[in-house]
Design a protein around this ligand. Structure first.
Ligand SMILES: C[S@@+](CC[C@H](N)C(=O)[O-])C[C@H]1O[C@@H](n2cnc3c(N)ncnc32)[C@H](O)[C@@H]1O
Ligand code: SF4
Length: 415
């Protein structure tokens, strides 16, 4: 009942993020007025992959070298537009797509980034196939702190239904061991509750991961966009969220209760590690690249998903923003509440500093509900309890699912 209720509310709130308009308030995009507080983090999207996984809802295109080379030039232009507006970034996250798809351009971009910003930490995603000794060395030299590998599953039959070819599982494991210890954090991504995936198969993935002794695992509940969901259901079984809790119970048992730190409701680490959730540690974040989204001072905006449009706008030295929404104070507060709880704690003093006055009062219904059902505990700093973890996971799933619907719309209409 609790997951259903929070799911309903989050889906309702998430839908608002899809109602965008094309009037862009560029005066907001000004780093000089951010004050002495922590500036935004930077997300850099590389939308190319060597093959496209049918379940994936991110903005991604089949790799073409000419387009990718042009894209990296555009990306530098977009970064420059932010630097000229007074922004400076120290915490960087490269996501995709597959950021390592064209290494010489990636390394040149990182060098450029370092020449323009006081970079402190970089997280970067790649695939098992691109996790080679050569890339490990190059990425290590480029100062990557956290490397995240999208494994999804070690089980051949699960990967097959996912339409994903990682190569033989033993080889993937060898590659992970080859990279372990070379970065501050090595993370492995898994997907759970894929149609036809059994809990036993997921348990086998978890056991294999733990045996490897890698630093960190992130478990994504399957979050398909509407058309991807239809396609999966035509091919396999229903995407059945009522099965999800059984998978999540495995995560709680094997990680939460076995000495791992819950960095988020989906990410479990050995000790304190860097996480990928730039949306948790930073109140504001800027996304650059085609199809990136940004949150800046209560405004949500999205970049063009269409590579041509992205290129035209950046080539003309214009920010490639195509959709904008100024969140109401309540929407803003709810978004803050969701992202902080996803990161396992909400500091009410920080909440007051950011939103002023009687902000906790404006969230009274949410706080009362979460406290009454013992989903959070504490006073100054509210912490998600074990009981609260699954409802928080459901909330984030539904919020991301709403974003995936937006992504699908923008990709299909080449916005
Ligand atoms: C955008 S991918 C980038 C990583 C890399 N391209 C790869 O696939 O190995 C980041 C992670 O998102 C997750 N992901 C992608 N599509 C998803 C979906 N529809 N539902 C849940 N998780 C998804 C996968 O676990 C993936 O590793
Ligand atoms: S899951 Fe990763 S490799 Fe597959 S299409 Fe999405 S971004 Fe590309």
């Amino acid at each position: 009942m609790i997951p259903d209720l929070v799911s309903y509310i989050t889906r309702r709130e998430g839908r608002k993020f899809r109602r965008l308009n094309s009037t862009i308030d560029e005066s907001i995009i000004n780093g000089d007025t951010l004050g002495s507080g922590q500036g935004p983090s930077l997300y850099v999207h590389i939308p190319f992959c060597r093959s496209l996984c049918p379940f994936c809802c991110f903005n991604r295109y089949l790799f073409r070298e000419d387009l990718a080379r042009r894209y990296f030039i555009d990306l530098k232009k977009e970064l420059e537009l932010y630097v000229q507006r007074g922004f400076t970034f120290s915490s960087i996250y490269f996501g995709g797509g597959t950021p390592t798809v064209l290494m010489d351009e990636l390394l040149s971009f990182i060098e450029y980034l370092r020449s323009r910003c006081p970079v402190r930490e970089i997280s970067l995603e790649t695939t098992p196939r691109e996790l080679t000794v050569e890339n490990r060395e190059l990425l290590h030299k480029a100062g990557i702190n956290r490397l995240s590998i999208g494994v999804q599953s070690f089980e051949e039959s699960v990967l097959k239904t996912m339409g994903r070819d990682n190569g033989p599982a033993d080889e993937v494991k060898k590659r992970l061991l080859m990279a372990e210890g070379h970065f501050d954090t090595l993370n492995v991504d898994f997907v759970f509750n894929f149609p036809s995936q059994t809990v036993a198969q997921f348990e086998a993935d978890v056991a294999a991961f733990k045996e490897l002794g890698v630093d960190q695992a992130t478990f994504y509940p399957l979050m398909p966009s509407p058309h991807k969901k239809d396609a999966l259901e035509r091919k396999f079984n229903r995407v059945d969220n009522s099965r999800e809790k059984r998978f999540y119970d495995v995560i709680l048992r094997e990680f939460y209760h076995d000495g791992y730190t819950a960095s988020t409701a989906w990410c479990f680490s050995r000790g304190e590690r860097m996480i990928d959730e730039y949306i948790i540690d930073y109140d504001d974040y800027i996304g650059i690249g085609s199809g990136s989204v940004s949150i800046l001072r209560g405004n949500f905006y999205v970049n063009s998903f269409a590579l041509e449009r992205y290129h035209e706008l950046t080539a003309a030295n214009r920010l490639p923003i195509v959709g904008w929404r100024t969140l109401s104070k309540k929407e803003n507060l709810r978004y803050y509440f969701l992202t902080k709880l996803f990161g396992m704690k909400l500091d009410t003093e920080a909440l007051r500093r950011r939103f002023g006055g009687d902000t906790a009062g404006k969230l009274w219904a949410e706080l009362a509900f979460f406290k009454a059902f013992k989903l959070i505990s504490g006073d100054g700093t509210l912490r998600v309890t074990e009981r609260g973890m699954y409802p928080v996971s459901v909330m984030m799933r539904d919020f991301f699912a709403a974003l995936n619907t937006l992504r699908e719309h923008c990709i299909e209409h080449q916005i």
